[in-house]
Design a protein around this ligand. Structure first.
Ligand SMILES: *Cc1c(COP(=O)(O)O)cnc(C)c1O
Length: 360
């Protein structure tokens, strides 16, 4: 059976080379006589897998020595709780609300302390990133929180907020490894891997060493303490072992392509093809303000629900899957993560042109 072009927002497309390699190693991983799925997470072979994954990620993102890398479970959503439980020492934190994921994180923080919504783009259905150069940062805030790329609405922070000395916590679930990042500008970066890295079940946390302390909210479960996972190098309990193995392969795939500079160039090329088409189309239009556009998630509409539905149906029949927009916003969304080949976007635009001619 032919593979299709999968524009899913997550779980999402993975590099074909990685899938093939994993398939080749499925029954017998490098002469161990077993699959990585069947392997003890305390074995020598697995130790190499998890250590190499961390080393490669460190190399790709140029992660400074004073930051730790944790491979955890519970998805990005569990971080919405882990962050306040571990980091809200003053029980106050500032949140910038740029969409549903940021809002969920903010609501979760408010369970454990006081979450302050210091900026929002809800007034225009989250179609832009607010100006964050001079926000009313709370004096006693422990951190400032952002969702850096808004998967549902297709917006991305192009400049980081001025946090006035507070450290920044960033949800990078849908943009991690899409371009170079200066990790030293953050206190915590986290990402569920199922958007831009690997199979669902792994969440990566990159956290500044000094923020990992014993001092957590009273009653914090052992499994939700950064310190526990850090002290045992992500092996406190059984980690999502197979998922981490696939992530490791994706890190090597990105390194082979030329690292994050090359990835960025490729992503800009892909997004450019789609945005340029949308900007001149007489039928389709993008929904995001130009200076807030995401490189990864591109929402668009025709302005007519029936034509949208027809487009999604015909696209599917032609091998372009998962173009339906998020259930909360409707329309279409093409997620064009790292693993989406340039050719996939070119072919999609060709198809959109044909559809436009037939439906104007
Ligand atoms: C998908 C997504 C989440 C939720 O991830 P889970 O792993 O399903 O909890 C959170 N934040 C962003 C930005 C996302 O794209």
């Amino acid at each position: 059976m032919e593979r299709i072009y999968n524009f899913s927002a997550g779980p999402a497309v993975l590099p074909e080379e990685v899938l093939r390699e994993a398939a080749d190693e499925m029954l017998n991983y490098r002469s161990t006589g077993m699959s990585v799925m069947e392997m003890s997470h305390r074995s020598k072979a697995y130790e190499v897998i998890i250590n190499e994954a961390e080393e490669d990620l460190r190399e790709l993102l140029n992660i400074p020595k004073n930051y730790r890398v944790l491979f955890l479970q519970g998805g990005a959503s569990q971080q919405f709780a882990m962050i306040p439980m571990n980091l809200m020492k003053n029980k106050v934190a500032d949140y910038i609300i740029t969409g549903q994921w940021a809002k969920k994180a903010y609501q979760e923080a408010d369970i454990y302390g006081k979450g302050n919504a210091i900026a929002s783009s809800a007034d225009k259905t989250f179609s832009y990133i607010p100006d964050c150069s001079d926000l009313p940062i709370s004096e006693d805030a422990d951190y400032v929180y952002i969702c850096e790329n808004n998967t549902i609405y297709g917006t991305k922070f192009k400049t980081l907020p001025n946090t006035k000395g507070k450290y920044l916590v960033s949800d990078m679930s849908s943009c991690i490894l899409s371009e170079p990042v200066d990790v030293s500008k953050y206190g915590v970066i986290f990402a569920g891997v199922q958007k831009n890295i690997g199979p669902a079940g792994v969440v990566i946390v990159i956290i500044r060493e000094d923020l990992i302390t014993e001092d957590t909210l009273a009653g914090t479960p052992t499994m939700l303490k950064y310190k526990i996972h850090n002290d045992s190098k992500s092996l406190y309990n059984t980690p999502p072992a197979y998922g981490i193995y696939v992530c490791g392969k994706v890190f090597k795939w990105i390194k082979n392509i030329g690292g994050l500079e090359a990835m960025k160039e490729r992503n800009e090329k892909k997004a450019g093809i789609l945005y340029n088409f949308l900007d001149q189309s007489k039928l389709f239009k993008g929904t995001v303000e130009k200076d807030s556009r995401s490189l990864m998630n591109v929402p668009f509409i025709t302005g007519n629900d029936e034509i949208d539905a027809k487009f999604i149906k015909e696209a599917k029949e032609n091998g372009f899957e998962n173009l339906k927009g998020h259930r909360s916003v409707g329309g279409m969304r093409a997620s064009i993560y790292n693993a989406m080949p340039v050719e996939g976007v070119e072919k999609l635009v060709e198809f959109m042109k044909k559809f436009e001619e037939a439906n104007r």
